[in-house]
Design a protein around this ligand. Sequence first.
Ligand code: SF4
Length: 424
Amino acid sequence: MQNWSCHSCGGCCREHEIGITDDEKKRIENLQWEAADGVPTDRPVVVRLGSGWRLNHRDDGACVFLNSDGRCRIHAKFGELTKPLACLAYPYAIHPAGKSVTTSLRFSCPSVVQNLGLPLTQQRSEIEAIVRRVVPKDYTQPEAPHLTTRIPLSWPIFMQIQAYIERGLADAHVSFAVRLIRVLSWLDLLEKVEIEILQSDALGSLLAALHEASLRAYPDNSMPVVRPGRMARLMFRQLIAQLLRHDTSVTAQKGLAARMQLLAHGLRFTLGVGAVPTSPDPPSVQTAFGLPGTENQSGRSVSFTAMEAPAEGRTTEIDLLMTRYFQVKVQGIHFCGRAYYDMPLIDGFRALALMYPATLWVARLRVVREGRNQILLRDVQAALATLDHNFGYSPALGLRSSRQRISQLAAMQQISALCNWYSV
Ligand code: SF4
């Protein structure tokens, strides 16, 4: 169900710091760039990134090798394989899956989120070529993600649970929110199961029973909508502030004033009073969706209170987008273990589940700022492209405080409440 081809929007060349190896640095510098190539001559093409290296950017934030057609000058002049591996691999993300690997996608790419391009099933050989370059020759099976911090899993058991999550999310008879709440409910029960049962032959029947019980508990879309508690809404707003934050080479240059503004924004999200702080959308989102992105443009200021009012517009199309997003992330093991701050399966899935209300919250913000009352597919696509940039990549989401937030929201039974409350 997933398509992708690059449409040369240049978003990834503006929004990422491309880390490169020593060999890539030597290779790229030896290509002898000149002014006639269009590469800036007033700065090195490679600069320090921590103890390693990264491609340099222009003052407007674009990679020094990005040309005005949104194409890479290294690719155009010397061929695709000369580019750094990170550029070749994006928007794919390759993760361990037992003795093999699995591939996920970054929905920060507007073509991925809009499902534009060739079906991935027709691109298997290209994807395998990237995998061969990314995966070390001496790859050995790493430990599977744990179920919880104290319960380790083998890969076969991990995959059994993963298959039931996929099954739960695929049931198109009910809304996506209900599917998500069903899976969250049986994972809550699985968390309490003794380790001996998880490691026994009884696991298959246990998973089937939990899945069936969740269908009986939430048989249709007629769930009562209960407003999440005050503390849950506060923690949720803090999560949104972290997901919305976009650090690029341009923001890094802005210095103390910009950091103070970020701090003030974070504080306003925590307090949840007054107007919702906004920042410009990432360049790729502005290019792809052409929506007003700053307070200086046509978007109006929105109060936190207005964000809690019911919105209209849940459609099958939006559910299909969220189903595709979750399928890619679950099949690509892009929510726990190595791909998600070494989080255990259950907490990692809870973090992924929170992307659903967070995305709809940000989509709703776009709607209210434009003076509309209906959430459209484009609003959700733009919101998901903005937030997925950070999912699994922002250091803030891997901090102890972020892990504690997930455990606390789960202990208060508020993750399902948030999914339900913001689903319309
Ligand atoms: S963000 Fe996606 S569509 Fe845009 S240049 Fe990068 S890979 Fe291509």
